[in-house]
Design a protein around this ligand. Structure first.
Ligand SMILES: C[C@@]1(CC(=O)O)c2cc3[nH]c(cc4nc(cc5[nH]c(cc(n2)[C@H]1CCC(=O)O)[C@@](C)(CC(=O)O)[C@@H]5CCC(=O)O)C(CC(=O)O)=C4CCC(=O)O)c(CCC(=O)O)c3CC(=O)O
Ligand SMILES: NC(=O)C1=CN([C@@H]2O[C@H](COP(=O)(O)OP(=O)(O)OC[C@H]3O[C@@H](n4cnc5c(N)ncnc54)[C@H](O)[C@@H]3O)[C@@H](O)[C@H]2O)C=CC1
Length: 615
């Protein structure tokens, strides 16, 4: 016989289920630390709970508090356990004073409170029952136990088939009395009520798990009784490694599923419904699912008809589109001064994009300039983009990867129309001074324009968007205009230029700290936050060429840096025309001048400069 390759059965596990105890009646016996934990567990699962426990100093404050806070769903029966507690429905204990312990003997009948629905059975029980107190437990006789169980069972049978169901759905014993625990266990078994006796695994129909909860997410860890503390540790470990906002994501997915089922209820669409739902869960990040709300859900659901799963970005873009259509009054002015390639400004603007296209904006780090140092994602996005808006200093080899329209930042203080293939513009006719803020405005405007046409726009930035790249500023700007941006990292020249010049930014014994700073702050002034001298510090200075003299003087005079500390100038790092020039802090300005160093250049100042470059 041919056996199919199925997973072998590995016996010895527990069956882990998610018990729906909502509105069901749980009886907890005991009121100490363990009972408090059980009470929280079952209350969170929306059960109705009767706690049987003398109201004395052994009743924990936690239990007391929860009982007080949940008057509708909890009852305290302030006395020791009696057998009838397992046959009394929720809320039907008449809280008569329990018989004094001394009177409760194996032969005395106990007061059976409640049970109006099973009055006949109750009568039988009250005449036959004998065991009521944990303190009587050492005296438990076989005969009395049997009598009790029989009566209980007859009661149980009388309940069987009744519309109201069993009086008690779960028994949790958390008392420090082993014989009584055993009795409670046996009684529960005869009544066919699932039971857990704390600390006595053989007397548990089920064990409690170590659980982590985040809204509707519950992670349960079981070791099947082998290592409860280890279960606790594993649970913490798992909780520490869960995705961000997973609980919220589950809540929102729950709402989305309900809407979907309402929209497409039939069983015949079941497979499509499930497949579509699964794809959303797989394709969206948890934190994006967590942001789903009415508007975005409607957009997501609109894809179901054609079995389309919109991406988070597409949904954001559609919302933005809808909002900008609403705010149509402020008509977009096609104020494009420079167009890329052979396109004229007019051609660029009138390009029609299909109405259903979703705008997408990605800030892409172009790295130091070598196309081989782009991330694969950056290269792919350059190819896919409808519009690439690039910084001016990005080399053509990188720009050339773009298949769509390209717009390049205008040059500072010259003219707006700097475009790589037609750089021979009459400078005199267009001699308006342009600041870096003007340039930024222009770049932003180009991007917005593309987005409003539904394009995939790549904002290509030198280095890394978030290291002196003004990337976050741009994201905030676009957010204000209703577009969320994705960011793709690039290799910052702060990291790559020293490497290319053979200066290890950290090196045991020479450098254990790196300070990356720009030489200039707003307005072109010299930055005043260079670090004081520390022999283990390497300072990477961006945009320093025009400030070499000031940097050198300030670091020596004000910050105590020695004159002879190496200062390496790396120009056009990672490009074909890269130059690395050696100086010391005192000769920095002189070398910059003699060698005619030009931007983009990076200075690397510190003893790390002498590790690999000497000799
Ligand atoms: C069989 C089970 C029956 C049940 O109670 O359901 C049971 C039995 C016993 N526990 C004992 C001891 C400890 N129990 C804990 C803690 C927890 N115990 C829980 C469940 C279970 N405990 C069930 C099995 C679950 C499983 O294995 O997966 C947790 C998960 C859930 C909960 O109780 O809510 C909760 C962690 C909650 C959290 O994550 O925080 C700690 C640690 C601590 O308190 O920090 C210790 C001391 C250290 C240690 O022993 O590991 C002993 C005495 C052993 C002895 O005398 O030596 C017995 C009896 C025996 O083993 O015979
Ligand atoms: N499974 C587990 O994780 C753990 C289990 N345990 C065990 O759980 C049991 C309870 O532990 P704690 O809550 O710390 O105990 P505790 O001693 O603090 O509390 C016992 C509680 O039971 C009540 N009680 C005693 N006899 C009673 C009766 N006949 N009827 C009603 N209530 C009665 C007491 O008034 C008290 O409130 C113990 O047997 C303990 O060994 C303890 C720690 C961990």
């Amino acid at each position: 016989m041919v056996r199919s390759a199925i997973d072998p059965i590995r016996p010895g596990a527990s069956l882990i289920l998610a018990w729906q105890i909502k509105q069901k009646h749980v009886v907890i016996i005991g009121g100490g630390f363990v009972a408090a934990g059980r009470l929280v567990n079952v209350l969170e699962a929306d059960a109705k709970v009767t706690v049987i426990c003398p109201d004395n100093e052994e009743l924990s404050e936690t239990v007391r508090q929860h009982l007080q806070d949940h008057p509708q769903t909890t009852r305290l029966v302030p006395r020791e356990f009696q057998d009838s507690d397992l046959t009394t429905p929720f809320g039907e204990h008449t809280l008569t004073k329990a018989a004094p312990v001394s009177q409760v003997t194996s032969s005395s009948a106990f007061t059976l409170e409640g049970l109006p629905t099973v009055a006949a059975a109750a009568t039988t029980i009250s005449s036959n029952s004998s065991i009521s107190s944990g303190h009587a437990s050492p005296a438990l006789s076989d005969a009395s136990t049997t009598a009790t169980l029989e009566s209980a069972l007859s009661l149980d049978e009388s309940l069987d088939g009744s519309a109201s169901g069993p009086a008690v759905d779960m028994v949790l014993s958390a008392i420090d009395d082993i014989p009584l625990s055993t009795h409670i266990y046996n009684l529960s078994k005869r009544l066919r009520i699932p039971v857990n006796i704390a600390d006595v695994p053989p007397q548990c129909d089920f064990y409690f798990c170590s659980t982590h909860r985040d809204k509707s997410l519950q992670v349960a860890v079981s070791t099947s009784g082998k290592g409860p503390k280890l279960a606790n540790l594993v649970r913490r470990h798992i909780a520490d490694h869960l995705p961000n906002r997973v609980g919220e994501a589950i809540e929102q997915v729950g709402i989305l599923r309900a809407k979907l089922r309402k929209m497409a209820p039939g069983p015949e669409v079941g497979p499509k419904r499930m497949g579509w739902m699964s794809r959303i869960c797989e394709q969206w990040r948890m934190e994006d699912l967590a942001t789903l709300e009415e508007k975005s859900m409607q957009i997501v659901l609109s894809g179901f008809k054609d079995n389309v799963v919109f991406s988070y970005e597409q949904v954001q873009a559609k919302i933005a589109e809808a909002e900008s259509t609403l705010a149509e009054t402020e008509k977009i002015e096609p104020k494009v001064v420079a167009a890329a390639g052979d396109l004229t400004a007019e051609q660029t603007i009138t390009q029609v994009t299909p109405a259903q296209k979703c705008p997408r904006l990605v800030l892409v780090g172009a790295g130091p300039g070598d196309p081989e140092l782009l991330t694969l994602k950056a290269a792919r996005l350059l190819e896919e983009a409808d519009l690439v808006v690039a910084d001016r200093l990005i080399p053509m080899e990188v720009i050339d990867l773009a298949k769509g329209e390209v717009r390049i930042a205008p040059k500072k203080r010259t003219v707006l129309t700097v475009e790589q293939k037609s750089a021979t513009v009459d400078q005199d006719t267009l001699s308006t001074a342009i600041t870096s803020d003007d340039i930024q405005d222009q770049l932003n405007e180009w991007c917005l324009h593309g987005l409003r046409e539904g394009k995939t726009v790549v904002r290509l930035k030198q280095g890394d968007p978030f290291i002196f790249g003004r990337g976050a500023e741009e994201i905030l700007f676009f957010r204000e205009h209703g577009f969320d941006a994705e960011v793709v990292p690039g290799i910052s020249s702060a990291i790559s230029a020293p490497l290319s010049a053979n200066v290890p930014l950290t090196h045991r014994g020479s450098s254990n700290q790196v300070v990356i700073t720009t030489a200039q702050v707003k307005g072109g002034r010299l930055s005043d936050n260079f670090p004081v001298y520390d022999a283990q510090k390497t300072v990477v200075v961006l945009m320093g060429v025009g400030k070499a003299k000031e940097i050198s003087e300030m670091m020596q005079t004000d910050l105590g840096w020695p004159a002879n500390v190496p200062a390496v100038i790396v120009e056009n790092a990672h490009c074909a025309n890269e130059r690395a020039m050696d100086a010391t802090l005192s000769t920095l300005a002189q070398v910059v001048e003699e060698q005619k160093a030009v931007p983009p250049s990076v200075f690397v100042i510190g003893w790390a400069g002498s590790v690999l470059r000497q000799g």
